[in-house]
Every structure is written in structure tokens, then in C-alpha cells.
Design a protein around this ligand. Structure first.
Ligand SMILES: [Zn+2]
Length: 134
């Protein structure tokens, strides 16, 4: 997946071309990053590989969501199912908010996590599945 850099932000191929960026601004992927990358315009997930710091960043977010569920499953589920207007006209339009983080979590499968982290990822994906099913 070709990506573009425009004004110090990553853009997907479609948005990069639309913004009139040239081939000189294009790359095969986002390379190593400290957090998951989405297109700055349409929020489509881009191809990237996380640094150790990036894996920690995502794990902290998943830990946080699992902790939320432990505290109050119904409250967590309500938040996860929420569809936010700010994603109107983007890749995630009409999707429950948690879908974005599920995309991050699914990516982590490729990073050789330790057992404890793997367990958190599995828990997160299982718990949040109900929020995205219907
Ligand atoms: Zn885009």
C-alpha cells in the first residue's frame, strides 16, 4: 500500500493523489512508528510496523479498555458501541468507536508478544466482539 507524506502527516494513496502530492512524497509504507498510523484525512488504517514503544502504546490502550470493562461491563460496552459523528465521511463512518482499537489489536498478532500481553489482546478482542457484532 503506497502512502504519502503531506504537511508532516501520513496520507493513504487516494488522499495523497487527491491532495496533488507527487511520487517524491510517496513511500511503500509508514515504516517504523511509535503508534498505529491512520490516514490523516480519511482515517483509513495504513501499513506500518510498530517500534517497541509502539507496541507498549497499544498495549496500554488495550489494558485500559479491559480495566474499564472489569469496573463496569455495561458502561464499557456503551462506550465501545458508540458511533461518533467526527468519523462521518471517513473510513470508520458508522462504525462503533472500538473498531479502531480492534484494528490495532489485530495488528499486534504479528509482534511476538509475551504470554501476559497475548492474554490481554485475546481478552480485549473477545470482550469487544459484542460491541461490533450488530
Ligand atoms: Zn485517506
Amino acid at each position: 500500500m503506497t502512502v504519502y507524506i503531506g504537511e508532516a502527516e501520513w496520507l493513504c494513496e487516494d488522499c495523497g493523489i487527491e491532495a496533488g502530492l507527487s511520487e517524491e512524497d510517496s513511500y511503500p509504507d509508514c515504516g517504523e512508528t511509535d503508534c498505529p498510523e491512520n490516514c490523516a484525512r480519511c482515517h483509513r488504517p495504513l501499513e506500518y510496523s510498530l517500534t517497541g514503544e509502539g507496541v507498549t502504546y497499544v498495549m496500554e490502550h488495550l489494558d485500559h479498555e479491559v480495566a474499564k470493562w472489569n469496573l463496569s461491563p455495561s458502561k464499557a460496552m456503551g462506550e465501545w458501541k458508540a458511533v461518533h459523528d467526527c468519523y462521518k465521511g471517513t473510513w470508520y463512518e458508522g462504525s462503533p468507536w472500538i473498531v479502531i482499537m480492534r484494528d490495532w489489536a489485530e495488528e499486534l498478532g504479528n509482534y511476538g508478544l509475551d504470554d501476559a500481553d497475548e492474554h490481554v489482546v485475546e481478552m480485549f478482542l473477545t470482550l469487544t466482539l459484542c460491541a461490533v457484532k450488530d
